[in-house]
Design a protein around this ligand. Structure first.
Ligand SMILES: NC(=O)c1ccc[n+]([C@@H]2O[C@H](COP(=O)([O-])OP(=O)(O)OC[C@H]3O[C@@H](n4cnc5c(N)ncnc54)[C@H](O)[C@@H]3O)[C@@H](O)[C@H]2O)c1
Length: 434
């Protein structure tokens, strides 16, 4: 089978490469010429562990090709995946589908023979049917089915998530499309991955429901962390006590500065909009979004308090900027909400991040000073803020670190360290919910 992946971003590039690794011929098409040029020169435009080697292997073995050309690969494709961005539309919280619909228009004229057009992007209910309508309008002779195959990979662990997923959801409207997709995912049969065949609408909604549920767990434990601080309980012990109950589960019960990234913030907002448009409510998800905003605001208050309610002129060493470790993705990272407020208060930010600096420069105020190494970030700082739990921040020698600072506040927004450990090193320690 010949597969075309429209979009060579976090999802398109990883999915396309992994399908190639399964032995399928894949052409990755992107409108961004610089991205395609970079990929053809062997450079990976994003940071995703393990991706570079896999791209190199599959391109050199001839199964993976990158191009900006639609015509040739589309005309030969059996399956075309649309994996373009669906960011939040300005003003109303709805998913912006302009890239999905543009891609649909662009592929329509070149369809030749029976083809399955698969939405891999996270899209509101009804999108696959709109894609079908657009393609039929553009090319009335096209012989095709649409399908929905939402992606559940996590940045930072994207390859193993794609190769060993918990499940594959296939929303289809014909047996033929279902059979072709099942054949494509057949390598996963060996590891007995559940493959669920559903309708288009069910597949589209399953993705939003899954992300909204995970975001709910995060906001829930963040709200509990606030209560823990008020009553003197330890949120980690509470989370462990909860999570050992198999009905609850241990994952996603770690408190922090609020969820961020390219999915949860936009997908929770989009789910609320989908519900509104269909005349139903999603009050739980609305509250999840509210609690997440409140959590980011609470972190700002926490930092201000740790510095005696006056951050003006204070130097803050910030460790980590991305929304989570092992990615360079800065989309909706909590640091983007927290740091500008502190800068408005007059704080001086000395930041370090292993992979996120390039993106951060574009999104954070110009006054942020980016440091090559952790020591430079610490120089004469009044406080350390641990914003993202990259591995290199997990085993710091706190005694040595303290010597580099002029102040003594350690604000651990990811609860990486123990209070006693930080206090023994001479820090005044602040964390979340303990
Ligand atoms: N990033 C994640 O962790 C993740 C996980 C699961 C699902 N998703 C969903 O997958 C989708 C893609 O997300 P992403 O993070 O990969 O986005 P991204 O912004 O990293 O990549 C999108 C790519 O599509 C390209 N593009 C836009 N219009 C195009 C067109 N008409 N033709 C060809 N290429 C085009 C862009 O140039 C870009 O390279 C979104 O709907 C997202 O919600 C993302």
């Amino acid at each position: 089978m010949k597969v075309v992946m429209i979009g060579g971003g976090y999802v398109g590039l990883v999915s396309g490469t992994c399908f190639a690794e399964f032995g399928t011929n894949v052409t990755c098409v992107d409108v961004d010429q610089s991205k395609i040029d970079a990929l053809n020169a062997g450079k990976i435009p994003i940071y995703e562990p393990g991706l570079e080697d896999l791209v190199e292997k599959n391109t050199s073995e001839g199964r993976l090709v990158f191009t900006t050309d639609y015509k040739d690969p589309i005309s030969r494709a059996d399956l075309i995946f649309i994996a373009v961005g669906t960011p939040t539309r300005h003003g109303d919280g709805h998913a912006d589908l302009k890239y999905v619909y543009q891609a649909s228009k662009d592929i329509a004229p070149y369809l030749t023979g029976y083809t399955v057009i698969v939405d891999k992007s996270t899209v509101p209910v009804g999108t696959a049917r709109n894609v079908r309508r657009i393609i039929s309008e553009e090319n009335s002779r096209a012989d095709f089915d649409v399908a929905s195959n939402p992606e559940f990979l996590r940045e930072g662990a994207a390859i193993s998530d794609f190769m060993r997923p918990d499940r594959v959801i296939l929303g289809v409207e014909s047996d033929r499309a279902g059979e072709m997709l099942k054949q494509l995912y057949q390598p996963l049969n060996l590891i007995e991955t559940p493959i669920l065949l559903t309708t288009l609408e069910t597949a589209e909604l399953t993705k939003y429901a899954s992300n909204a549920f995970l975001a709910t767990k995060i906001s829930f434990i963040n709200e509990i962390s606030s209560l823990c601080e008020a009553v003197g309980a330890d949120v980690h012990a509470v989370a462990r006590g909860m999570g050992l109950d198999g009905r609850i589960g241990r994952k996603f019960l770690h408190p922090g500065p609020g969820y961020g990234g390219s999915c949860f913030p936009k997908d929770t907002k989009a789910l609320v909009r989908i519900a509104q448009e269909h005349g139903t409510s999603s009050r739980i998800v609305e509250a999840v979004i509210e609690v997440n905003e409140a959590q980011k605001a609470r972190m700002i208050t926490k930092i201000r308090k740790a510095l005696g309610d006056n951050v003006s002129g204070k130097k803050l060493a910030v460790l980590g900027l991305t929304f989570k470790p092992e990615t360079d993705d800065m989309r909706d990272a909590p640091s983007l909400a927290i740091l500008p407020k502190l800068i408005e208060d007059g704080a001086i930010i000395q930041a370090h991040d292993p992979q996120g600096v390039k993106e951060a420069r574009e999104q954070l105020p110009d006054s942020v000073q980016y440091c090559e190494n952790i020591d430079d970030a610490m120089k004469d700082a009044d406080a350390v803020i641990l914003m993202t739990e990259w591995n290199i921040y997990r085993g710091l020698d706190l005694g040595l670190l303290k010597q580099k600072l002029r102040g003594n506040a350690f604000i651990d927004l990811r609860n990486v360290y123990e209070r006693q450990q930080a206090e023994e090193a001479g820090f005044e320690y602040f964390c979340v919910g303990r």
